[in-house]
Design a protein around this ligand. Structure first.
Ligand code: NAG
Ligand code: NAG
Ligand code: NAG
Ligand code: NAG
Length: 431
């Protein structure tokens, strides 16, 4: 297995060396001019250059260096990667480069970038954990009142804007701008909150341009026994796996999850939600970069000794395969099973679509894995069975919110907003 991994990474690197020799000569003078250019290239200029140079090499790193030498300057930086289909665990992770991540994307291999978070879960592994007890469903009237406030129109408007960013690639200015826009939307919701609602917002900065965004309902009456956070998350970045400077609207992956939890957050704020436990909404940067954003946050919580009562993340909530019944699906691998069963009971109580348990296809995953690895209870809700109902448009220019035949459904996504509201209230309490 290990050999295979080296072979994969090496093979691409070798193919690449030949392409480099070819390409760099042909465009030497232009690259040189560019490196000294003052203004960064516009997306349109980058597209022109991609077209111009893509005949010279099929390697994404070489192409990047030709198209945008300044932007490609850190692609040779060493990164420690755990490639899910090649390594049995993080202990087998191997050194590669930032650029190798682009090659893995092209090969359809998913990975975790553990460079800065190698010790995730080690401190929590020795802590004494009490068996989690999930409370009986008991806030029906409050949950239903908040749910009645959810609208698909808000989700539509937010997603229209969010997908209008050329892409939301975590290493780019586009990814920083889309993150800042999201931050301002959350801030705007908080600014309109009833004066008595204790809320905070945080821009969680990273060693790359895109920040994660964290909003938090503080407990109304803080108690030393109720400090564990209830966390609801989604990832805000998008990526075009063919080449990262191409368009990536990321409407389903994971613009849908982003606006799903944003709408749940808005309705909770408008209804004056005041929990017993802290309740947090997380929008993660750089899921596509190897779960970078969520691992940074989980690692900080572990380092600071913060407890987490339960975490759920929503990755892809709108795609509805033709001639399939739309469902709320709960993933059963790399999750906390008792929490997942509890979420199923919440979905059965509050969502109007059927609920199903589903397994991930091998080599797939998302941000709940960061919390699971850190030793916290995590769950994962998504739009369907990944084996039979998977969205074929993700990671490309065609992942838009305007799909034919009703395949992109805001009604479907709204069912997940209901689950997010129920998770916040039933686990966070309401005083
Ligand atoms: C949501 O709740 C707020 C505050 O109660 C109210 O002003 C608004 O009209 C509600 N919106 C919907 C769609 O129910
Ligand atoms: C916290 O829990 C302990 C042990 O169950 C209990 O004795 C104490 O009264 C609780 N404190 C508060 C403030 O509820
Ligand atoms: C869905 O079902 C309809 C009616 O049976 C059929 O005409 C159509 O071809 C089906 N679509 C797909 C994608 O299977
Ligand atoms: C996007 O869809 C168009 C129209 O169906 C198709 O021609 C094109 O190949 C698709 N592009 C990608 C990247 O899948």
């Amino acid at each position: 297995m290990k050999l295979t991994a080296s072979f994969v990474l090496l093979a691409v690197s070798t193919g690449l060396a030949a392409a480099t020799a070819l390409g760099s000569q042909a465009v030497l003078s232009q690259s040189d001019d560019l490196a000294h250019a003052e203004a960064p290239l516009s997306d349109g200029q980058l597209l022109e250059r991609i077209e111009q140079f893509s005949g010279l090499t099929s390697d994404p790193v070489e192409l990047y260096k030709l198209v945008d030498p300044a932007g490609a300057s850190d692609l040779d930086e060493p990164r420690l990667l755990y490639v899910w289909e090649l390594h049995k665990s993080e202990d087998e992770a191997e050194w590669a480069t930032e650029g190798d991540k682009l090659r893995l994307h092209q090969q359809g291999l998913k990975f975790t970038d553990i460079t800065e978070t190698r010790d995730l879960g080690k401190k929590n592994a020795v802590r004494v954990k009490e068996a989690a007890e999930y409370p009986p469903i008991s806030y029906q009237s409050q949950v239903r009142d908040v749910i009645s406030n959810l609208t698909t129109q808000n989700m539509y408007d937010n997603l229209e804007k969010f997908t209008s960013f050329f892409n939301r690639f975590y290493r780019s200015e586009n990814g920083a701008a889309s993150s800042h826009w999201l931050y301002l939307q959350v801030l705007d919701i908080i600014a309109k909150a009833p004066a008595s609602t204790p809320l905070s917002i945080r821009k969680f900065t990273n060693p790359f341009p895109q920040s994660s965004v964290i909003a938090r309902f503080e407990p109304k009456y803080p108690s030393p026994n109720k400090t564990a956070a209830v966390i609801i998350g989604a990832h805000q970045d998008s990526a075009n796996y063919r080449f990262p400077l191409l368009p990536a609207p990321g409407a389903d992956d994971d613009g849908s999850g982003t606006v799903t939890i944003l709408e749940a957050f808005r309705a909770l704020v408008e209804k004056g939600f005041t929990p017993e436990y802290p309740v947090e909404f997380h929008w993660y940067a750089a899921e596509e970069g190897g779960l970078l954003g969520s691992r940074q946050v989980a690692a900080e919580y572990e380092r600071l000794g913060r407890d987490v009562r339960a975490m759920i993340q929503f990755d892809m909530t709108a795609y509805t395969k033709q001639n399939h019944t739309a469902t709320v699906a709960l993933i059963t691998n790399d999750v906390d099973i008792p929490l997942t069963e509890y979420v199923i009971s919440l979905a059965e109580e509050y969502a109007d679509y059927p609920v199903q348990r589903a397994k991930l296809v091998p080599g797939a995953g998302s941000d709940h894995m960061s919390w699971h690895k850190a030793g916290y209870a995590g769950a994962f809700a998504t739009e369907g069975d990944p084996f039979t109902e998977f969205d074929p448009y993700i990671h490309g220019a065609n992942d838009t919110m305007h799909l034919p035949n009703g395949e992109f459904s805001f009604e479907h996504a709204l069912e997940f907003s209901k689950v997010a509201v129920a998770f916040a209230v039933e686990l966070g309490g309401w005083v």
